[in-house]
Design a protein around this ligand. Structure first.
Ligand SMILES: C[S@@+](CC[C@H](N)C(=O)[O-])C[C@H]1O[C@@H](n2cnc3c(N)ncnc32)[C@H](O)[C@@H]1O
Length: 489
């Protein structure tokens, strides 16, 4: 986990004394923001802007027209320096720090003990955005997006929730049922009624919801496709379901960054399946899902890629349906699509590649029984999942079935993650490529997609692997599989 230098906190300034040193435009900006709080603001400066003078006339701030003195800091909760004078800013910073008073010096993080985030103000809902000073423009860009996303009167909804809190706690004593009720109230028709100012409608929705919430809760399960790694590839629905979940049942291949989008208090159950390593048996996973949903919880079953592509979602759905538990499938971006996009390799091409399939390279006990003749046909194009360990056997079966040794192959390992690697090679060189480059997966092996013809969109991102040594007279990989060139004449 990356080091977080600045820890975000919200300071209670109601009734607190706050000092602003400086009277120019930057100081005015600070005061404008501080004036939204209930703080007693003192401005110390030799001259001030008209806006500050106006604020004093309105009794919103108190101005002391002289240069800063260290004793101005007495009794202050926070201090801001925005004087435009480097020596004076430094003096304010030193004096504040000597007294243990948090200080912010405009544009001088090295003199500050706290920095100011960009703020989206829907009080009491406040969003603070910081980049630790790395990219203030980026913070402003995020702020602009959030401003557009959050309704202007979101604060009204939060205030309404605060008013209802005690009554809801009395009506729905069970904590889990109460949380579900709040989720429904704050995301569903009640929210829309409050935000739309439809008071009578809001009241009647609330009454019906309170009545419903008092009944025993029934859990449900969402089988969520979390994509190949990059959390930006999550769908909006996946995000919503993640945030609703009381418990997360998480697969090994789900990128840990995805979990950042879940509620912090959601319980996490890891049910990793490691190839050839320790794993939770599928029957046990099914039992966990049924058990958690029966306890009235909203369960997010997080799976890598798409749940319906080599994801065993069918088995989990069947177990849940047999137990009478509601289940929803949220599709995700499957590894092949994400990896193809990363390297710019179209999986169909007009007039050239009309058929694309996905196959598994792992059988229950060894290489799966695939239709090798069909896969070896000229023009066949497919992606192999879970194929690394069996790459030598896949290669041999395809060659034995008559595939051209020069068939193009692209291997994408850890697609969309920080350690992503992509290599282009040929079917003949596949084994050498996987072992020589120590590709350890997870990886998708694309076979039959002519990356040279397709003009890979990101050629600089894809290494080209060619076998240096000549193949042995008898292809050792192929063991009992007889290649056409070795068959008796
Ligand atoms: C059990 S399957 C799960 C597939 C998943 N349901 C999907 O739709 O992507 C696991 C295989 O998916 C592929 N895979 C998953 N994540 C990947 C990634 N980030 N990069 C490349 N391949 C990946 C690998 O072939 C891996 O062996």
């Amino acid at each position: 986990m990356r080091h977080m230098r600045y820890f975000p906190l919200f300071a209670d300034l109601d009734g607190a004394h706050v000092l602003v040193v400086g009277g120019g435009e930057q100081a005015t900006q600070k005061v404008r923001l501080l004036a939204k709080t209930g703080a007693h603001i003192t401005v110390v400066a030799e001259s001030v802007t008209d806006e500050l003078a106006g604020l004093e006339e309105d009794n919103a701030i108190w101005i002391v027209l002289r240069t800063f003195l260290a004793r101005d800091l007495e009794g202050q909760r926070l201090a801001f320096a925005a004087t435009g004078d480097a020596a004076l800013d430094l003096a304010v910073s030193r004096a504040a720090r000597a007294r243990g008073i948090p200080v912010n010096v405009v544009d001088r993080p090295e003199l500050s003990t706290f920095i100011m985030p960009a703020i989206v103000d829907r009080a009491p809902v406040t969003v603070a955005i910081g980049t630790e000073g790395a990219a203030p423009t980026l913070a402003r860009e995020v702020k602009t997006r959030l401003e557009a996303l959050l309704p202007a009167n979101l604060g009204a909804l939060a205030r309404r929730a605060a008013d209802l809190r005690a009554a809801v706690a009395r009506a729905v004593p069970d904590a889990l049922a109460r949380r579900h009720l709040w989720q429904r109230l704050l995301a569903g028709p009640f929210r829309h009624a409050v935000l739309g100012g439809a008071e009578a409608e809001a009241r009647s929705i609330l009454e019906a919801e309170l009545e419903g919430a008092a009944r025993p809760a029934v859990g449900r399960v969402h089988l969520i496709g979390c994509g190949p790694g990059d959390p930006d590839l999550l769908t909006l629905k996946a995000l919503q379901r993640l945030q609703e979940a009381d418990v997360l049942v998480v697969d090994r291949l789900v990128d840990r960054r995805v979990l950042e989008y879940a509620r912090r208090d959601a319980e996490r159950i890891l049910v990793g399946k490691t190839p050839r390593g320790p794993s939770t048996p599928q029957a046990e996973i099914n039992r966990i899902l049924v058990r958690e949903a029966r306890a009235g919880k909203v369960v997010a079953r997080l799976k890598g890629g798409d749940p319906f592509i080599f994801g065993r979602a069918g088995e989990e759905m069947a177990a849940l349906q047999a137990a009478g538990i509601a289940v929803e499938v949220v599709p995700g971006i499957t590894a092949a699509h994400a990896c193809a996009a990363r390297v710019g390799l179209p999986v169909t091409l007009r007039e050239r590649v009309r058929h694309f399939s996905v196959v598994t390279g792992a059988g229950a006990d060894g290489v799966p029984d695939l239709d090798w003749q069909a896969l070896a046909r000229p023009g066949a194009a497919f992606a192999v999942y879970m194929g690394l360990a069996n790459a030598p056997l896949l290669r041999c079966h395809l060659l034995a079935a008559g595939a051209d040794p020069a068939t193009p192959v692209v291997v994408v390992e850890n697609g969309t993650r920080a350690d992503e690697r992509a290599v282009a090679t040929t079917l003949a060189d596949l084994t050498d490529c996987v072992s020589g480059l120590a590709i350890a997966g997870p990886a998708v092996i694309f076979v039959g997609l002519d990356w040279v013809q397709a003009g890979l969109a990101r050629p600089e991102h894809v290494a080209v692997h060619r076998r240096l040594r000549q193949p042995a007279a008898r292809d050792r990989d192929c063991q009992d599989i007889v290649l056409p060139s070795e068959a008796a004449p």
